[in-house]
Design a protein around this ligand. Structure first.
Ligand SMILES: Cc1ncc(COP(=O)(O)O)c(C=O)c1O
Length: 463
């Protein structure tokens, strides 16, 4: 794929016109000052399958799947038709008070059937952030109902990303709120990141696991289990730099939390719906059943904003006892069009056996990217299936990094985009989380573009 392939424009706007209007739009997680520079922004005007087209007509492989969300690929008629049909039948009704509607009911039922055994009750929101906020609010209420008003603190981890509402940002690693405030000061304790490449030193994988378990036990003893409501963890950390915990980590942490009556929230906003080869990763990949799963993104493949907080029967029992009121809700919880998109999307994942295929193609992708390890500035390639990260270093032996202002990740991403691939820079790391419909040929193209881009950037880096 050549990034300069001119595709037919399907928009009435030129790049200049779009960007003039875009001066009024505040981009997320962006250097707003940097965006004022000519050429800093890319307007995407259309998408199909694994490819998006920018306003200049360049066709680009969508190496980040929108935002780790377009699992079944772009332009799926079946989802678009399901949304349209739903809107024509019932455009909006809420799931508030005593109301419900067939699309939300059917999707809740479907998710209960897909989630691990004891997780059968679903609360819908509009984003992963809201799914995590909702999980914490529900658990706080749960402990109030049980007469344990002090059991409220949350264990999270450095490197975690759980969203950017005030509460979700408090759960997220502090690095993400540099210069910003987080609500609920003192509510969250961050444990060590399972970042073996930088944290394990000379330890074996098993020793590193012990160290991480000790860190959790130490925190529990220090804070007191009677004051801790939950531990929240992504099965594989995404926006923290694709951090894969040591073998057995989640099961071990699950055991420790269970021993101390602390709930385990698995944040599967990214890892569910096929990205790692399963509908949900917690049990099928990591062998443990959490108390809650939060998910979003691949739930509708991004065609509609929707999230789900899926909770255990035991938690539901307590919060639905006589006298309890569920004082939580958003106007668009379980929006009919979003629920219809979710059902159609899951229909595609099941019918085309996408998770099963990912177990094969995702491994091909993983191996292709690992093949880049021979390049001089590639310190580590890590991740699993269609969730991968490449960490760049100045010195492979010492793992010394380039200074922040060198922007090595951004430079590689810019070179890749020139060659027809969108990848996401994160400091010294480059993240790839493409659509799950990649065939081997396109995987080969991605590897080739990355190899050329990294080589080109290496030639320009300070020694
Ligand atoms: C693991 C994880 N949790 C939560 C979120 C927040 O989701 P949203 O952006 O939909 O609020 C994200 C977003 O990237 C995420 O990666």
């Amino acid at each position: 794929m050549n990034g300069k392939n001119m595709a037919q424009q399907n928009t009435a706007f030129t790049t200049d016109e779009i960007l003039a209007q875009d001066a009024h739009l505040i981009q997320s997680f962006a250097n707003l000052d940097g965006l004022k520079q000519q050429g800093a922004r890319t307007a995407i005007v259309k998408a199909n399958g694994a490819i998006v087209t920018d306003s200049e007509g360049n066709e680009l492989i969508d190496g980040i799947g929108g935002l780790w969300c377009v699992n079944v690929g772009h332009g799926r008629k079946e989802i678009i038709d399901a949304i349209t049909k739903q809107l024509k039948t019932l455009d909006y009704y809420s799931t508030f008070y005593n109301f419900t509607h067939p699309a939300a009911a059917a999707l809740a039922d479907k998710l209960a059937s897909l989630a691990p055994g004891g997780l059968n009750q679903v609360y819908f929101g509009n984003s992963g952030s809201v799914a995590n906020d909702s999980a914490i609010r529900m658990l706080h209420h749960y402990n109030n109902r049980l007469g344990r008003p002090n059991k409220k603190k949350i264990l999270s981890r450095f490197g975690a990303y759980h969203g950017s509402t005030h509460l979700a940002m408090a759960l997220t690693t502090p690095a993400y709120s540099d210069g910003w405030d987080t609500a609920a000061e003192g509510l969250v304790h961050h444990l060590r990141a399972p970042y073996a490449y930088r944290e394990a030193g000379e330890m074996t994988e098993a020793e590193f696991l012990d160290a991480l378990a000790d860190d959790m036990l130490g925190a529990i003893h220090h804070i007191g289990a009677e004051n801790i409501a939950a531990f929240i963890a992504e099965p594989i950390m995404g926006a923290g730099g694709i951090l894969v915990a040591p073998d057995g980590y989640h099961a071990r942490m699950r055991q420790i939390t269970a021993d101390h009556d602390i709930k385990y929230i698995a944040d599967e906003v990214v890892t569910a719906f096929g990205r790692l080869g399963h509908m949900f990763a917690s049990q099928d990949m990591f062998g443990m059943e959490p108390d809650m799963i939060t998910t979003a993104k691949g739930l509708t493949s991004g065609y509609q904003p929707l999230s789900a907080t899926i909770i255990s029967n035991e938690i539901y029992e307590v919060i639905s006892k006589p006298g309890a009121m569920f004082l939580h809700g958003m106007t668009y919880s379980g929006h009919p069009a979003a629920a219809a998109a979710g059902l159609a999307n899951i229909g595609i994942l099941e019918r085309e056996q996408i998770p099963q295929k990912v177990r094969v193609t995702g491994k091909v992708f993983e191996n292709a990217l690992c093949g880049l390890s021979d390049l001089d500035i590639v310190g580590e390639v890590r991740g699993s299936h269609f969730m991968m990260g490449i960490e760049f270093v100045k010195n492979k032996d010492s793992k010394e990094t380039y200074a922040d202002e060198v922007n090595v990740g951004l430079r590689v991403a810019q070179e890749a985009q020139k060659r027809g691939l969108i990848a996401r820079p994160l400091g010294n790391i480059l993240i790839l989380s493409p659509t799950l419909i990649m065939e081997e040929t396109m995987i080969g193209q991605i590897e080739g573009i990355l190899r050329d881009s990294i080589t080109a950037v290496t030639a320009t880096l300070p020694v």
